[in-house]
Design a protein around this ligand. Structure first.
Ligand code: SAH
Length: 391
């Protein structure tokens, strides 16, 4: 096993349970430095600290798995998956049959995401180390949960940074059907696991959808960046008078239409509109009582934060202009690199420029299937503000 020694005074984060070791913290490596492998991490005095997965191609050189001397094998992953499953089973039995089973660092499995859609599971391997243990993880998952099929959607920037090619397809069992029907808080949704965005559904907005549903009775609603209509279905279920569902993705909107139909809202007042939300918010004439504004991440890396701030300000400024007096804006940022206090400042700037007086009535964030490790606050990517424009 690779042995890795940290520079003097660089052991503190590891001792406090932070799971990341960057290349700059490493003094010396004993073993095959060129190969992805399990690594034991020591401080500069050669005292053992933790065990993790090493990738020579990534600046994030080690992602720590454990602070105990336990073997990293199938049984290790079974234990972690069972813990993750127990949390969800305890709270979700009557809430949803779709949830995030493994939330990377938040479930002490950095680099691994597993989402569950009824009995279909979707995995994303975002680190070369996790990729190494793919077979063990799949075997462990099949034992821990009743799976009809396990599908892979390992794509995107993070894979590239790890020196990995995209990888998608069936990992075990049956491939998913074109759409899987899930049920969340009594609302039904069709999820396209193979071609949808991310793993098919934005499970992380479940609690926010519930919150919105409670605010919209007899109100007009704009669901801006709607994806497959999550907020729209909840809005109608909550008694909304009219809902406009807006997104730039045709496949997403086609599913949004089917989702409205599936829940009995095919003829409910409103429309489904395809377009660019930036242009729509700038140009649209009409106002709404409630607006949900849930853009994709505008900052994918730290250096994107400045331009992203401009994008968030633009969206929030124009959304606020479209609110009726007393109206509610539920606004989100899912950019991990944009901290909550900065997001709030951006929205404040937007309110000032929009000439509105605005209250924060609630903050929204991760549901319990997206836990954040207290030792890894960077995992808290989703920030929501519920705002009331008082005049
Ligand atoms: N609120 C949704 C998730 C939104 S994800 C839910 O609860 O399911 C972000 C969405 O923004 C995606 O559906 C994507 O297609 C859409 N999108 C990205 N850029 C856009 C743009 N410029 N205009 C409109 N929609 C856009």
């Amino acid at each position: 096993m690779l042995q890795l020694f940290l520079k003097k005074d660089r052991d503190h984060p590891v001792r406090r349970g932070h799971p990341w070791i960057f290349s700059g913290a490493i003094e010396r490596i004993d073993g095959d430095e060129q190969t992805v492998s399990v690594a034991d991490v020591y401080d500069c005095r050669k005292s053992w600290l933790a065990r993790g997965l090493y990738n020579p191609k990534s600046q994030l050189r080690v992602r720590l798995l454990t602070w105990k001397k336990e073997t990293i094998d199938q049984s290790f992953f079974s234990r972690r998956l069972s813990q993750a499953l127990a949390l969800r089973e305890q709270y979700f039995a009557n809430v949803t049959n779709a949830y995030r089973l493994v939330n990377s660092e938040g479930d002490f499995l950095p680099g691994l995401i597993i989402d569950r859609y009824v009995d279909h599971f979707v995995c994303q391997f975002f680190s070369a180390g996790m990729e190494l243990f793919k077979d063990h993880i799949i075997a462990a998952l099949s034992k821990v949960a009743p799976t009809t099929g396990i599908y892979e959607r390992s794509e995107g920037r993070v894979r590239e940074e790890e020196g990995l090619e995209p990888s998608t397809g069936i990992l075990e069992g049956e491939g998913p059907p074109d759409v899987v029907q899930i049920e969340e808080n009594g609302n039904k949704f069709l999820v396209d696991i193979k071609r949808g965005q991310k793993t098919g559904f934005f499970l992380d907005q479940r609690d926010s959808r519930v919150f919105l549903a409670a605010l919209v009775r007899e109100r007009t609603v704009l669901n801006c960046f709607s994806y497959t209509g999550g907020f729209s279905v909840y809005a109608f279920a909550g008694g909304a008078k009219e809902v406009v569902t807006f997104d730039s993705s045709m496949p997403a909107l086609e599913l949004a239409e089917r989702n409205l139909e599936l829940n009995g809202f095919a003829d409910a007042p409103g429309e489904i509109v395809k377009g660019d939300a930036f242009a729509y918010l700038k140009e649209a004439e009409r106002r709404f009582d409630v607006i949900a504004l849930d853009p994709p991440s505008l900052a994918h890396k730290r250096s994107d934060v400045d331009p992203a701030a401009g994008g968030y300000k633009f969206l929030n400024l124009h959304a606020l202009k479209h609110l009726n007096a007393g109206g509610i804006l539920i606004t989100f940022s899912c950019s991990q690199h944009l901290p909550a206090d900065l997001f709030q400042k951006i929205v404040f700037g937007a309110a000032v420029d929009a000439g509105r007086k605005v209250l924060i009535v609630k903050r929204l964030g991760h549901p319990l299937d997206h836990p954040v490790s207290l030792h890894h606050p960077e995992g808290e990517y989703l920030k929501g503000l519920v705002l009331r424009a008082v005049d």
